[in-house]
Design a binder for this molecule. Structure first.
Ligand SMILES: *Cc1c(COP(=O)(O)O)cnc(C)c1O
Length: 367
């Protein structure tokens, strides 16, 4: 005989699958770099998911994983440690299946994200720093008898990396009719590391020659952990680029999948948003700027080496969430960030082929 909790899990899974069935895939947008006509750049636009970021895919996977593991039941409170975007998406799925949701987020999280979490019926539990979200989530889960979803541990394993229209399968099938259907590089940045894990595994599984480049911001341990093969590193300060860069080496970060890492200064990432706004006609979030800087760097490297091909990177979320921060001159000035010179250099690099006046730390050094 089937108990009522199994029946509840079945209908919850069905609701998530039906929601997926109603959804469309996200677009792959070409972004020409006039100075490098033989290198074709594409952005996978994850901002077009119902909850506005690539975390929509992750939240769906995490809920299905938890449900099918028997970790969630009727009335379970779902708790998540997040810098914001995952909590927005998880609040959406919690509401879809009728579960209460608590987001444990740093006080610095943008008001837009807090409003979005609350819009989907989630409760925001603010902590002082990004380092406190993990322990506080564990404590709340114990206190409330709830389930701590723990994206930073489970992101890499909750997604079906072989298929099931994951982000990698979607990118490679959308590339099929392009002049260079197998990208030379796929450029990601890491929050959990889950997206990079899915893409890197899929590439090996399918036998593609594409390489994975990860762009890391300042105030993140990932780059140094990769260079020194050290997963014990920790930092005090949080990343200015929301969604990416972590103060500890998360378990979903899998260095062996990464072919190269590039460290992008925050001012350059934020300056790239200005170039993207002009060339794409869209405002993007900070991590998309970080991704774009690494992609531009690789495009120029390919061009200089006489190599034709394609590069795919991720448009992680929209800039509308960051109008009072990255797009606000007073906010930038208060942090002594002057994006104008770097924005001009990025435009000159992309449109005229000029070298940029900075070097990015990278590992391993290009052959
Ligand atoms: C989470 C996130 C990323 C990185 O994705 P992961 O799969 O978690 O590594 C990039 N940009 C934004 C805005 C994010 O929220």
């Amino acid at each position: 005989m089937m108990n009522s909790s199994r029946a509840w899990v079945q209908q919850a899974v069905r609701k998530i699958e039906a929601d997926f069935n109603r959804s469309a895939d996200t677009h792959l947008i070409p972004l020409p770099l006039p100075a490098y006509p033989d290198v074709h750049l594409y952005l996978k636009d994850e901002s077009s998911h119902p909850t506005g970021s690539l975390k929509h895919r992750l939240a769906r996977s995490l809920f299905l994983y938890a449900l099918c593991n028997g970790w969630l039941n009727r009335g379970s409170t779902v708790i998540e440690a997040s810098s914001g975007s995952t909590a927005v998406s998880e609040a959406y799925f919690a509401r879809l299946i009728g579960l209460p949701f608590v987001a444990v987020i740093p006080r610095s999280t943008s008001l837009e994200k807090i409003a979005a979490i609350e819009f989907y019926g989630g409760h925001c539990h603010l902590v002082n720093s990004g380092r406190e979200i993990y322990g506080e989530s564990e404590r709340l889960a114990r206190e409330l008898g709830g389930h701590y979803m723990d994206q930073f541990t489970y992101a890499e394993r909750a997604t079906d990396w072989r298929s099931n229209n994951n982000i990698a399968e979607s990118i490679f099938s959308q590339m099929r009719q392009e002049p260079h259907p197998v990208p030379a590089w796929v450029v990601c940045s890491c929050g959990t590391g889950g997206t990079t894990a899915t893409i890197g595994r899929y590439i090996r599984y399918q036998g593609f020659d594409s390489r994975v480049c990860v762009a890391d911001p300042e105030n993140s341990v990932f780059f140094d952990a990769y260079v020194n093969n050290d997963n014990t590193l920790e930092l005090e300060t949080g990343s200015l680029i929301e969604g990416i860069g972590r103060p500890r080496v998360e378990r979903s970060f899998i260095p062996s999948i990464i072919d190269r890492m590039v460290k992008v200064p925050d001012v350059i990432s934020l300056a790239a948003l200005r170039y993207l706004e002009q060339s794409l006609g869209r405002r993007c979030g900070g991590s998309t700027g970080t991704n774009f800087v690494a992609a531009l760097h690789l495009a120029r490297e390919m061009h200089v080496a006489g190599q034709a091909g394609s590069i795919v990177t991720v448009l992680c979320d929209s800039g509308e969430r960051y109008l009072p921060t990255y797009y606000d001159d007073a906010w930038l000035a208060a942090r002594n960030i002057d994006v104008q010179p770097a924005a001009a250099a990025i435009a000159a690099c992309a449109t005229r082929g000029d070298a940029v006046p900075w070097t990015l730390a990278q590992h391993p050094a290009p052959a």
